[in-house]
Design a protein around this ligand. Sequence first.
Ligand SMILES: O=C(O)[C@H]1NCC[C@@H]1O
Length: 342
Amino acid sequence: MRSSKTIHVVSAHAEGEVGDVIVGGVTPPPGDTIWEQSRWIARDQTLRNFVLNEPRGGVFRHVNLLVPPKHPEADAAFIIMEPEDTPPMSGSNSICVSTVLLDSGILPMQEPVTEITLEAPGGLVRVRAECRDGKAERIFVQNLPSFAERLDARLEVEGLGTLTIDTAYGGDSFVIVDAASMGFALKPDEAHDIARLGVRITNAANAALGFNHPENPDWKHFSFCLFAGPVERTAEGLRAGAAVAIQPGKVDRSPTGTALSARMAVLHARGQMGLEDRLTAVSLIGSTFSGRILGTTTVGDRPAVLPEISGRAWITGTHQHMLDPSDPWPEGYRLTDTWGAR
Ligand SMILES: O=C(O)[C@H]1NCC[C@@H]1O
């Protein structure tokens, strides 16, 4: 056996969505901040291609690189690599990272509750983990300040006509459409159509509107389209289906923590959700993230909410990814049969 690199990974999924964690074998990228380091990873593409592309990755895979934190309050820091983007924050990935850090012993666990601070590329996130018998059973993440950007905007999508959409930020940027008015009941057999339409809607919004984060001028695009189910009021609180189309054309298996945060910001802006409410988002596979609004703030001059999301993650294995120097595809490959719903 010979290898010119060996990358140590603990694999995990959060409520169905894969979020692997690189725990060794990669030196920290250059940059004075975690954001700058994440821009370096996004520009360079070598690590992204090696772990995300086939034969090591696949369109369903997200990979997080642990790096030494820059902020004095942070216990650990991570850079998120998604199929097309290297984003400021991610709900499912932060839940996977927290679970791997605690369940594998990288950070000490205290039962019944462990509190840690993570530094995501977009800023600090506080994490509370409910732990029992050596397992982090539920992760609560205080996500980045989240805000509604446009409410009831009009968006022309070729072949679909003019849609009424909201746009919002929940640690990543969203176009939000009403699932029912698009003809979706948010059932598993709709996944392919949701992926295909969602990418068209995201692309149309990027071409026509573009996204504006008042404090992060680098983040100028919409990453995702959320198909938002109707909000029902139940004895346990608010509940709604959620399916998020991820570029280049797949649906999040989890209920998407950033989408839940973005949706809570929109519901709050409309006066439909208060600090006393809980919103449970349900994914196409029936998994759930729970959310609440901890308080309000501003991002630049925009009113924003401080969201908390919670969910569960499980370790699925360990891998040592290697590169034989004679492998003709050191950066792997992507083909359109699986990379992009058509
Ligand atoms: O939960 C989330 O926010 C994420 N899941 C995969 C894509 C998003 O970053």
